[in-house]
Write a protein that binds this ligand. Structure first.
Ligand code: EPZ
Length: 418
């Protein structure tokens, strides 16, 4: 299995280009099922998760062409023959659940294997299923599968107990061809949901307010193909901002939408990082003394849980006491024990982690427990004395395109080995 080896101590300099957003592309690929036509995704990120969802679509007879040379994905869903995607593939990735809404909308049914374990929490889907039921579907769970059947989907008002990203996306997709109007209240407002709303309207749907806490969907009869260019990945951009901060460097990040990064920019600025936006680029200057801060992860536009591990890595190197509270997932501190092996001083107290900055970290072998934890351990490796080996790097490859090449181009002493 691949691992990434980082020799710490190098400052970073130069520029890095951000890829398109994983958490935009995955729901958009699922939504292509609705079109029954050919959809093209330009500037697509060549990620492991994209390969997996492509294979899942092929398992229900869609035609999927992932062209790595020109970062283009062409999907033809006119030939989809069934609504029971391959279970082994589905278990690989929680985002497989995003197929439920589109399959129910187009074919009136789905049968999906329940996922395997997940390192950051139980990841229930009760809000998805409650919403499908509100639209007139009959949903059952049994024998390791979740099934949905609906002779016809009828628009309704749905209030989400929690602004779940996946539930908001699934219900938007389930409602696009339902009879009448659907309103989703207390919807998740992440930028990736606004991007999905744009894609749905490009294929002929009528979605209003995607990216706000109230989304209205007026059912239409037929949808068609389109070509779509997803938004940049705000979490990848945040991760590279964090790399400048932890190494006290100055770098330029190309592929930044300022609005999407506001919570991340606000907290890094509070820490003492200087961030200047120039068009779709950010000049990140962290060469001054940084100070400890407190952070609480929240649904967008609050501070993103997907940046929690990365900002913790920075705070481990900042003199003083910082507190991070994780309010989104019940088990998203798996990276703490790995960071402590590098010499970080972190104490977990329920949903909070108390971090005491230390003068230096020392390299050793550590394990990526999930995608963002792996990225955070690489960040620690950039400053740890000696070599840090991050194993189980497949987690990181799910959400970052060639992360070691991007860091190498910024001057890091980093390589991938197997
Ligand atoms: C999406 O996951 C993202 N994944 C996650 O990114 C991200 O961390 C998360 O949203 C929160 O922003 C994709 O977009 C593919 P949720 P999702 O439903 O949709 C609870 C990454 O690193 N909940 O908003 O699964 C749930 O348990 C990944 O890129 C229910 O209780 O997240 C969690 O505590 C990790 N019932 C909270 O809501 C439900 O039916 C947030 O989950 C659904 C969710």
């Amino acid at each position: 299995m691949d691992k990434i080896v980082v020799r710490g101590g190098n400052k970073l300099e130069g520029e890095v280009n951000i890829s398109s957003a994983k958490n935009s592309v995955l729901p958009i690929i699922a939504a292509s099922i609705l079109s029954g036509d050919k959809c093209v995704i330009d500037n697509a990120p060549m990620l492991e998760d994209v390969n997996v969802i492509g294979e899942i679509l092929k398992s229900i007879s869609a035609k999927v062409d992932i062209n790595r040379d020109n970062n283009k994905i062409i999907i033809d869903t006119s030939s989809i023959a069934n609504c029971e995607p391959d279970s082994e593939l589905v278990k690989k990735m929680r985002a497989s659940f995003l197929l439920m809404g589109p399959m129910m909308s187009r074919f009136g049914s789905f049968k999906i294997s329940l996922p395997g374990g997940c390192n950051i929490g139980t990841r229930p889907i009760d809000l998805h299923l409650k919403g499908f039921t509100a639209l007139g579907a009959k949903v059952t769970i049994g024998h390791g599968y979740v099934k949905g059947v609906a002779d016809r989907l009828i628009g309704n008002n749905i209030y989400l107990d929690f602004p779940s990203v996946g539930a908001t996306e699934n219900l938007m997709m389930a409602a696009v061809m339902a009879e009448g109007e659907t309103t989703i209240e207390n919807a998740a407002a992440e930028p990736e949901i606004e991007d999905l709303g744009k894609f749905l309207n490009e294929i002929g749907a009528n979605v209003i307010g995607a990216g706000t806490d109230t989304v209205r969907i007026i059912g239409v009869k037929k949808l068609k193909g389109t070509t779509h260019r997803p938004i940049y990945d705000r979490i990848e951009a945040g991760t590279f901002m964090a790399s400048a901060a932890i190494t006290r460097s100055k770098i330029k990040i190309n592929g930044v939408i300022e609005e999407h990064l506001k919570p991340i920019i606000a907290k890094l600025t509070e820490m003492g990082v200087d961030i200047k936006i120039e068009g779709e680029s950010a000049i990140v200057d962290a060469t001054k003394e940084l100070k400890p801060i407190d952070i609480k992860t929240m649904p967008y536009p609050g501070f993103p849980t997907d940046m929690q591990a990365q900002i913790m890595a920075i705070l481990c190197s900042v003199k003083g006491t910082s507190v991070i509270t994780e309010t989104i997932f019940e088990n998203r501190f798996m990276h703490v024990s790995e960071m402590k092996r590098l010499g970080c001083n972190i104490k977990i107290d329920g949903r909070s982690a108390v971090i005491e900055g230390v003068d230096n970290l020392t390299g050793t072998q550590v394990k990526a427990t999930d995608l963002r934890a792996g990225a955070a351990l690489i960040l620690c490796g950039l400053i740890a004395e000696g070599c840090t080996e991050v194993t189980d790097i497949y987690h990181v490859d799910r959400g970052y395109v060639k992360i070691e090449d991007k860091f190498k181009n910024l001057g890091a002493d980093i390589k991938r080995t197997n």
